[in-house]
Design a protein around this ligand. Structure first.
Ligand code: BGC
Length: 245
């Protein structure tokens, strides 16, 4: 069984068909830049392109960069405000004439890591943080997801934590990677003081450089890099079509 996973990010919309029994993409993913004006209407047109690129007819899972409850997007920090209050699930089900699963992008990434990645063997409280344009969070306790935790928006140093410690500080604002990691460590310690997770998993593209800054991270919880990095949203969105999310 396969499903198409779509991941909407601040800079790109990515998709690939995924084998649900292995968590592997069955063909190369396709990426389309997120439209400058990232309204639902503009992004839905990108979905049309992606679906016709893969000539897709099967189940669809869609990961979005905001709080998603019952298919409705409730926040939109890094995409157009027009998403707020939008019933994305109903929009897409009407557009494509089939069931569509819609969930938060970090929760999707967490599902991928939990089923087939870095969290697979872990028990207890596991917190996955996706480090990219923003900071996404997915909280699991013994494999059960608590959706929409949004820990990137905790107030930290007088601002949103993601404005202090997201990976975009390195890519867009030229913060030196190890200086960023010092900030990340402060943030992890703060999150630890609130939730005391047993394990942190760090996702997003920057997690591939994990060995370059791991020595700066000193939480009591173990910290490890995600397995799927930037692919986790696509894979988790596809896998979510088989889960009750
Ligand atoms: C959003 C989250 C999202 C994260 C990563 C944050 O700004 O509020 O919902 O998971 O960015 O995209």
């Amino acid at each position: 069984m396969e499903a198409l996973g779509i991941d909407v990010g601040g800079s790109g919309v990515k998709a690939a068909p995924v084998d649900l029994s292995t968590g592997k993409r069955v063909v190369k993913r396709k990426r389309v830049p997120t439209p400058e004006s990232s309204t639902p209407a503009a992004v839905y047109e990108v979905f049309d392109q992606l679906i016709s690129h893969f000539d897709w007819k099967g189940p669809i899972g869609c990961a979005l960069p905001g709080v998603v409850r019952n298919g409705v997007m409730l926040t939109a920090a890094n995409v157009d405000d027009g998403w707020i209050g939008r019933d994305v699930r109903t929009d897409l089900e009407e557009r494509y004439g089939q069931e569509v699963t819609v969930l938060n992008d970090a929760d999707a990434a967490g599902i991928a890591e939990n089923l087939f990645g870095a969290a697979r063997e872990l028990s207890g409280t596991v917190l996955l943080l996706t480090l990219g344009t923003g900071i996404g969070s997915a909280l699991f306790t013994n494999g059960v997801l608590v959706p929409n935790t949004e820990l990137g928006h905790l107030e930290f140093h007088g601002r949103d934590a993601e404005d202090y410690a997201a990976a975009r500080l390195v890519s867009q604002e030229r913060l030196i990677e190890r200086d960023w990691a010092v900030r990340l460590n402060e943030y992890l310690n703060y999150v630890e003081s609130v939730l005391t997770p047993d394990h942190f998993i760090l996702g997003g593209g920057i997690s591939k450089n994990f060995d370059r800054y791991a020595d700066l991270l000193n939480t009591n919880a173990t910290v490890r890099a995600a397995r799927f990095r930037n692919r986790a949203g696509i894979i988790g969105a596809a896998l979510a079509t088989g889960e009750a999310v």
